[in-house]
Design a protein. Structure first.
Length: 264
């Protein structure tokens, strides 16, 4: 039995992914305190909505999908109710395995995971790191559960704040660029719909080309940049506005915030 505790955006994405990849609704529990939200999940997916105590009691894998700020309260609620063989997977930004272990008595197996919102369409990127009492089999199990919403990589936990800043928050950076490009197209007289189509297909196409293991972004960008052409003119402006520095600073700020979140 798998329980998802926190039925918000990410909890629902994981729930939908698990059901889409062969888990039966009868094998998944959801704990969500907002009654309307809880009822919507129950109706939409046919899963049982239960208390956190019941989830802790019945599930052998608990996926904690509450906000980082709600995590300590939740762990205090769960402490003592989690069986010795239960696997606890947290997807909360900044919450370390040692914080999870500190608030759960006994040698609980914990996994820190960082997915992203493309999990909602089965195209997520998740990184995982195991805790001090987590076996290789348990990490495999966590990885197989999270693979239901996309790809999974293992990283050393010291990289998790960086992962959060790059792929966890990353979709928002691309939406920021998409929004800017669409509005530029609109300002130049295109319909918003046409501009959105151009931008969406361009992002998807660029990502597909970059996905080749031999591909390098600098080489791909050179192929777009004709001497004396339009791309060279555009890139010169990006450099003039220090966009590279702005992005680097943004990613560093996200990593710093992830670190702060573990301090409560
Ligand atoms: N939104 C994103 O892009 C990503 C979010 N995350 C992490 O996922 C977690 C959830 O984020 P979202 O789904 O975006 O937030 P959300 O606000 O949509 O969902 C959180 C849910 O937890 C519920 N909740 C609060 N206290 C609870 C408790 N004690 N027991 C059970 N449920 C409780 C809330 O009612 C809410 O429905 C956060 O820790 C966040 O850091 C991780 C990767 C990406
Ligand atoms: O913004 C946040 O804190 C969460 C974690 C990664 C993406 N969204």
């Amino acid at each position: 039995m798998i329980a998802i505790i926190g039925g918000g955006k990410m909890g629902e994405a994981l729930l939908a992914g698990l059901l889409a990849t062969g888990h039966e609704p009868s094998g998944v529990l959801v704990t969500e305190p907002d009654p309307a939200r809880s009822e919507a999940l129950r109706q939409r997916y046919g899963v049982a909505a239960v208390s956190s105590a019941e989830s802790a009691d019945r599930a052998d894998a608990l996926i904690l999908a509450v906000k980082p700020q709600d995590m300590v309260d939740l762990l205090d609620q769960l402490d003592g109710a989690i069986g010795p063989d239960t696997l606890v997977i947290s997807i909360a930004a900044g919450i370390t395995t040692s914080l999870l272990e500190k608030h759960l008595s006994g040698e609980v197996a914990v996994v820190r995971a960082m997915p992203n919102t493309p999990a909602l369409v089965g195209r997520g990127m998740t990184a995982v790191a195991g805790g001090a009492h987590t076996s290789a089999d348990q990490l495999d199990h966590a990885e197989s559960l999270l693979r239901s919403v996309g790809e999974v990589v293992r990283v050393a936990e010291r990289h998790m704040d960086t992962v959060t800043a790059i792929s966890g928050s990353g979709p928002a950076y691309f939406y920021f660029i998409a929004e800017t490009m669409i509005e530029a197209g609109v300002a130049m007289g295109m319909t918003r719909e046409a501009a959105k189509k151009l931008v969406t297909q361009t992002i998807g196409g660029a990502a597909a080309m970059l996905d080749d293991p031999g591909a390098h972004p600098v080489v791909l960008r050179e192929a777009v940049t004709s001497p004396g052409g339009t791309t060279a003119a555009a890139v010169r402006e990006l450099e003039r506005h220090s966009v590279r520095t702005a992005f680097t600073d943004a990613i560093e700020a996200a990593r710093e915030r992830s670190r702060e979140l573990s301090e409560g």
